[in-house]
Design a protein around this ligand. Structure first.
Ligand SMILES: Cc1cc2nc3c(=O)[nH]c(=O)nc-3n(C[C@H](O)[C@H](O)[C@H](O)COP(=O)(O)OP(=O)(O)OC[C@H]3O[C@@H](n4cnc5c(N)ncnc54)[C@H](O)[C@@H]3O)c2cc1C
Length: 399
């Protein structure tokens, strides 16, 4: 161990949540050090793949709505600091049986928070996205304030903003353990010891390794998604050509096929204009299946997408035939799920000066900007600026 360092707060893992936390803390004058085992932004954890969907009428739990509302404002503020656009309010279409989680839950969240969500007729759906072909008995909703985030660029922008405000980053350096003592914490990496008043653990799919014998019920799942060339030979011949977001916004979409729990959602993103710097999303339609894939670990996962990984594509193409074109690229990404697929934001069960933020369960990216604000407050001993009790460990009876 060559040297000892000190900081007010150490953030372990500088992915989506960690970069946001470093940014908030550094801008409020806190001496923050962010450590990452890789060089972010990278695609080895949960944040790779150019884009992420931001939904507002949040079917998973209405209490996410105030968080996503503030997240959008905070993304806009980051855009100002970065000098580039990161969030595109394209809207998002939701299709499925009336009672399914996606439709009923989105309506519940919209009603609870007075959101602008529209129930569409078939001809209104055809005006929005004629490529989406849904059974007659499916309900269709339009979440107008939803949209697409440029996720890789957002992480890059948060790191740059944090660095500009004085954050210290140590990349290509792995945190091996955290020790708690009377004065604070010591974060031990493979190169140094960092003494701090507080640590925030945002290690994504590596979180269980970092927590050691503390079992929060986290599971890591291998997820494969693809970019496909729009099939111009299909029934949507005339409308399948790439459309520019700037000239004509095209909504993203999610489809749930049946009622009952854990059915998963098929999803698709609009193509993005090439000048935005997302080459795969400029070349093709991003499509995927939101459903926990095979269980794995971040160190043993097969990072190569295989033919057998695309079993979901046939069903997706039955709703979105334009996606049956050539596959341009596929990517393996990791979900870290909790038993109820809601996030975990709480104090470490054994270390009062350590905050854990994990289990973002395949839907966390949109919240990164507000999560940075929440974790930033918790790290300096203040209460969360927004209600987060529903994300606490007490719901599992373990805190
Ligand atoms: C296929 C897919 C699609 C998704 N779609 C959406 C979507 O449309 N909308 C949405 O909101 N969310 C979506 N998500 C979820 C979202 O991307 C994740 O919730 C979010 O990226 C999690 O961020 P994180 O910071 O927790 O993890 P990460 O970004 O993976 O960051 C963790 C970081 O910790 C570092 N690290 C780990 N261990 C250590 C250690 N010991 N020492 C130092 N550094 C360490 C890693 O290198 C990594 O950089 C999707 C996820 C996937 C995989």
């Amino acid at each position: 161990m060559s040297q000892d360092l000190s900081a007010d707060v150490v953030v372990v893992g500088v992915g989506a949540m960690g970069s946001a936390t470093c940014d908030v803390l550094a801008r409020s004058g806190v001496r923050v050090c962010g450590v990452d085992r890789h060089v972010p932004p990278h695609a080895l954890g949960s944040s790779g793949g150019e884009t992420r969907l931001l939904r507002k009428a949040y079917w998973e739990h209405p209490d996410y709505v105030p968080m996503v509302t503030r997240a959008i404002e905070a993304w806009r503020e980051l855009e100002e600091r970065a000098g580039s656009r990161l969030f595109f309010e394209t809207g998002c279409l939701y299709g499925g049986p009336a009672e399914c989680d996606l439709i009923a839950g989105s309506q519940r969240a919209a009603a609870a928070h007075g959101l602008d969500i529209d129930r569409l007729t078939r001809s209104e759906l055809a005006d929005q996205l004629p490529e989406l072909v849904l059974p007659r008995d499916f309900e269709v909703l339009l979440d107008r304030e939803a949209g697409v985030l440029l996720s890789t660029q957002a992480v890059e922008a948060m790191i740059a903003s944090a660095e500009g405000a004085g954050a210290l980053f140590r990349f290509d350096e792995t945190v091996i353990r955290i020790e708690s003592n009377q004065d604070g914490v010591t974060v031990v990496t493979d190169r140094v010891k960092i003494h701090a008043a507080h640590a925030v653990l945002t290690a994504g799919p590596w979180m269980a390794q970092l927590l050691g014998r503390v079992d929060l019920g986290l599971r890591v799942h291998r997820q494969v998604f693809s970019w496909v060339e729009p099939d111009r030979r299909g029934r949507s011949n005339e409308v399948a050509s790439p459309r520019s977001l700037s000239s004509q916004p095209v909504p993203a979409w999610l489809v749930e096929t049946q009622t009952g729990s854990n059915n998963g959602n098929y999803y698709g993103f609009p193509m993005m204009p090439s000048h935005l710097g997302c080459p795969l999303s400029a070349a093709g339609l991003k499509v995927g299946y939101h459903h926990p894939g095979a269980e794995t670990t971040p160190d043993s996962v097969d990072r190569q997408a295989r033919e057998a990984d695309h079993g979901w594509r046939k069903k997706l193409e039955s709703y979105f035939p334009v996606a049956s074109g050539r596959t341009i690229a596929s990517m393996v990404c990791l979900y870290t799920t909790t038993p109820d697929e809601q996030f975990i934001i709480d104090q470490h069960p054994e270390m009062a000066r350590v905050t854990v933020a994990c289990g973002f369960s395949g839907h966390g990216f949109k919240f990164a900007s507000v999560m940075g604000e929440i974790l930033g407050e918790l790290a300096v001993g203040n209460p969360s600026p927004l209600p987060i009790d529903f994300l606490g460990l007490q719901r599992f009876g373990s805190s």
